[in-house]
Design a protein around this ligand. Structure first.
Ligand code: FMN
Length: 230
């Protein structure tokens, strides 16, 4: 399933977004990427001593663990019989390790579960540089020093609701730690885009990325990565 699906996805994306996008798809081993963005690779105080929030966007395309289509499998990870989005799973691993608070970024309007319809909508939003309205904002962001921000790669970039989230909160002075799940194109310049958007924050360059095909390894990789941040 994995490599066929990835090839199909990349072929489709390449056809739509042309060569520049495809060049961002190199497959490099290892989870964390230290060469993304211009920020430091480590946090300046131990994460366990920091007031930490894990904010994430994730879009599992079903809630039913039975008889999943290939697209539904690609967007989900099952833990104890519960269907999670891939990024949601990584967020929960980070949350559990750090004892952090968690916030799920959701759009005001429900997104379509059908994969093709979701892809079309996401591309339309990106081409329009849209900022979809969010269901809620973090009511107490000022209480946190460090904010992990998690997202799936959508069309070689952040999903547009994540831009809404970044722009509609005050992150100045905070440490931002990006993490992501992808279908082949790794971080795709998203750390640079977050760094540019949050110019008053310290965005850690040592961001975490994992393929949706490697979710069984996520727990170990998240553990290693968190260890490398401090
Ligand atoms: C609208 C859309 C666009 C996507 N675009 C990309 C992409 O450009 N590159 C990539 O590697 N994966 C892409 N994917 C695959 C997702 O990044 C991948 O399936 C991820 O695991 C989904 O995470 P989630 O379950 O947390 O939503 C896309 C998925 C969707 C739904």
């Amino acid at each position: 399933m994995a490599s066929t699906t990835r090839r199909n996805f990349l072929a489709l994306a390449g056809a739509t977004l042309a060569g520049a996008a495809v060049s961002g798809c190199s497959i490099i081993e290892g989870a964390a990427e230290t060469s993304s963005g211009s920020g430091p690779s480590k946090v300046d105080r131990p994460l366990k001593e920091s007031r930490t929030l894990v904010a994430y966007f994730s879009m599992p395309e079903t809630t039913d663990p039975n008889n999943m289509t290939e697209d539904e499998q690609n967007s989900t990870h099952i833990v104890g019989g519960e269907v999670l989005g891939n990024t949601q799973h990584v967020a929960q691993l980070i949350e559990g390790r750090l004892g952090a608070d968690v916030f799920r970024i959701e759009t005001a309007e429900k997104l379509p579960l059908d994969h093709g319809t979701l892809e079309d909508l996401a591309l339309e939003q990106q081409e329009a540089n849209g900022r979809p309205k969010l269901k809620a904002l973090v009511p107490n962001l000022e209480e946190y020093d460090t904010v992990f921000i998690g997202y799936p790669i959508w069309w070689y970039d952040l999903p547009m609701p994540v831009y809404s989230f970044l722009e509609q909160h005050e992150f100045t002075g905070k440490t931002i730690v990006p993490f992501s799940v992808h279908g082949g194109s790794r971080l795709s310049g998203t750390v640079e885009n977050i760094t540019e958007t949050l110019s008053g924050s310290t965005v850690i360059s040592n961001a975490f990325t994992i393929s949706r095909d490697d979710m069984d390894r996520a727990e170990a990789e998240v553990g290693d990565w968190l260890g490398s941040l401090g």
